[in-house]
Ligand binder design. Structure first.
Ligand code: AOF
Ligand code: ZN
Length: 340
């Protein structure tokens, strides 16, 4: 079968994203990036940005690949190579110094320090630059990172489940199983495994005692879906989460509880106990019955000590939590699953 250059480039950029997805949640508030070195349509080296503060994908690839580069080799990368010095040196320096003559990229970097300048630097050094290739797909893949750099807050997807007559699990105060097994498999694969965070209000934890994990994910590299566990965030202003909740006993280090910054100090002992299990506690302003979401989202986007920031949130419920995000205008995508 004959494949055009365009379709080869597109296939390889999609492969970069598949590699890049190994860095999901590990890269903190940075981008997920994968790189391939290709000689005569064969991949001869590959790498990805592994974690926050670590070497960038293409810099790591070029550092570890010790053989000679040939003029016809093409470096593929799903994000424009950076030309700024951040936590690591500019990738454009490594590309030019190692003698790469052709670069194919997926999308322009929304980071203001770069934003097209990386491409210009490469072109002025005589490198042939191909791209953007599969731009929309690359931007959607890194939608969390794009949202942070363009709007200053993480990407927010709201997932709602309704019965065909319009009821939701919490509208009648009862725990109500709405979705069926194949819908759960779909949402674990397409939603839960593609966000850094699953967020719910404490009432959902009290009613349903959910695990908030990705146990039904269908592994499929072409869908960038991999077995991976998101951070769980519980909005719990007055700290009433039951100590035996699954989210506190199963992988407590993957759970963060958001409490009101005015919570009385007689609750400090409960906070200490949760923190000693590895649960993170974050105090956020709470006014008129709701957290100030702008504050919360800003705090979640900013690295702080061992916390490296997050870029995307899946809001799973219940009614009050959905409404507070919608009313604050903090919603990028709304997925509604209709059950029986
Ligand atoms: C690349 N390749 O693999 C990544 C890039 O804080 P730093 O130094 O890690 O820089 C973060 C910025 O670098 C980030 O905002 C984005 O512009 C770029 N990320 N660039 O060439 C990579 N991860
Ligand atoms: Zn870089």
């Amino acid at each position: 079968m004959y494949l055009s250059d365009d379709s080869i480039h597109e296939t390889l950029i999609i492969q970069c994203m598949d590699l890049a997805s190994n860095g999901r949640r590990k890269v903190g508030n940075g981008a997920m990036v994968g790189a391939l070195l290709v000689r005569e349509n064969k991949i001869i080296a590959q790498d990805w940005h592994r974690e926050f503060g670590a070497d960038h994908a293409e810099a790591r690839l070029l550092h570890l690949y010790k053989e000679e580069i040939q003029p016809s080799d093409i470096l593929y990368v799903n994000l424009e190579p950076c030309c700024h010095k951040g936590k690591t040196p500019p990738c454009t320096d490594a590309i030019i110094e190692r003698g790469i003559r052709r670069v194919c990229y997926g999308m322009t970097d929304p980071d203001r320090r770069n934003a097209g300048k990386g491409i210009e630097v490469l072109k002025s050094a005589g490198v042939k630059v191909i791209g953007p290739v599969a731009r929309a797909r690359c931007e959607y893949f890194n939608r969390g990172f794009v949202s942070l750099r363009s709007k200053g807050r993480p990407w927010v997807t709201i997932k709602q489940a309704r019965t065909s007559d319009g009821r939701t699990a919490s509208s009648d105060g009862l725990s109500l199983k709405i979705t069926n097994a194949s819908q759960d498999q779909w949402s674990h694969t397409y939603l839960r495994s593609r966000h850094d965070v699953i967020l719910v209000g404490v009432e959902t934890v009290v009613q349903d005692n959910p695990l908030l994990d990705t146990r039904f994910v269908q592994n499929n590299s072409q869908l960038e879906a991999k077995y991976y566990q998101p951070l769980r965030i519980i909005l719990d202003p007055s700290l009433r989460i039951p100590a035996s909740s699954k989210v506190l006993t199963d992988r407590p280090k993957d759970t963060m509880v958001i409490i009101s910054d005015t919570l009385p100090s007689d609750r400090d002992r409960v906070c200490d106990e949760l923190q000693s299990r590895g649960v993170s506690i974050l105090r956020v302003p709470f006014e008129n019955g709701t957290f100030i979401l702008g504050d919360l989202l800003h705090r979640l986007a900013e690295p702080n000590g061992d916390f490296h920031g997050i870029s995307s949130i899946l809001v799973e419920g219940g009614d009050r939590t959905w409404k507070s995000f919608q009313e604050a205008g903090c919603m990028d995508e709304n997925v509604v699953l209709i059950g029986a």
